[in-house]
Design a protein around this ligand. Sequence first.
Ligand SMILES: NC(=O)c1ccc[n+]([C@@H]2O[C@H](COP(=O)([O-])OP(=O)(O)OC[C@H]3O[C@@H](n4cnc5c(N)ncnc54)[C@H](OP(=O)(O)O)[C@@H]3O)[C@@H](O)[C@H]2O)c1
Length: 338
Amino acid sequence: MLDLTNKSILITGGTGSFGKKFVEMVYQRHPNLKRLVIYSRDELKQFEMAQYYPQSNYKSIRFFIGDVRDAERLKRACEGVDIIIHAAALKQVPAAEYNPMECIKTNVFGAENVINAALDNGVQRVVALSTDKAAAPINLYGATKLCSDKLFVAANNMKGSRDLRFSVVRYGNVIGSRGSVVPFFMEKRKDGVLPITHTDMTRFNISLEDGVEMVFHALEHAWGGEIFVPKIPSYRITDVAEAIGPNCEQKIVGIRPGEKLHEEMITETDSLNTVETAKYYVITPSTPTWDVEAYMKAFNGRQVEMGFKYNSGTNTDWLNVDQLREQIREHVDADFSV
Ligand SMILES: NC(=O)c1ccc[n+]([C@@H]2O[C@H](COP(=O)([O-])OP(=O)(O)OC[C@H]3O[C@@H](n4cnc5c(N)ncnc54)[C@H](OP(=O)(O)O)[C@@H]3O)[C@@H](O)[C@H]2O)c1
């Protein structure tokens, strides 16, 4: 059992969608934290979050304004911290294409700063969030997250004798997240027309709760250098349109720059180092500091077959229209109806 009693946690991007869900769940399960530091840039988002978590009731919570690009500030914020959850990122694909260096500074240099802050402050566990767009990336956002993943995996080679493990959690589209297809179609259905990029397009689906569960899993079980990938269902974009607007016209508008027809979380090449366990796939580091056979034994895992890839288009687990509606009610809008 994961025991966070008296632990100090810092979460970069703590005011984002993932961050807020993490804070909610960590307080439900581990109310006896020593310190929980929310680290992000915008004071308004922190002010609003502080209304939900008043210090009178949440004695361990702290709000630090800071940028992950600012190595000095991050290092100072990590003093006395045991665990870092790295969720801060720039993640809008078109904005990253248009402002590439900004995305590189936050997602790549920011990752390096997190690693150095961990190495210099006696931090014991670091879990970084990745995305399916980092596997065989075709856009700059995905490429920066792949760089970030590589930095965190390789950081385990620099830790020396420290009791410190870096690991990565990689997952796909979060249902209902800002800028994603569900809120977009919910808005568009008022016009009676739903824009479809391509009739064959598919995506993986995960809830924020399951994303947070994976981070807890990584905190408890990581040996260092793993990329954890959840076993999750896929959906067809046309089924999401049918679920939200069954009477709407589906208008084909063409695939957008930087978009894939299907997302991938484990490429054929990754599969050479991939272990399957009951709930997760684990991409093990190509130069692990531990024995992969022992790892498989410890987690009842097995090496995946040669040529395996985990792709939203060839997934064996699918959400149908009714299940999508249930997901929307459960995770996005309890009053949703068609
Ligand atoms: N949402 C998805 O569908 C999805 C899917 C797969 C993976 N992910 C990954 O999950 C992580 C969290 O995503 P999310 O959906 O929670 O994103 P989000 O809602 O956009 O939140 C991003 C957070 O990062 C902070 N931030 C941004 N730039 C920063 C910087 N330079 N320094 C410090 N803080 C910064 C933001 O606050 P300020 O703007 O105030 O700084 C905010 O708190 C990201 O790493 C993302 O790549 C997301």
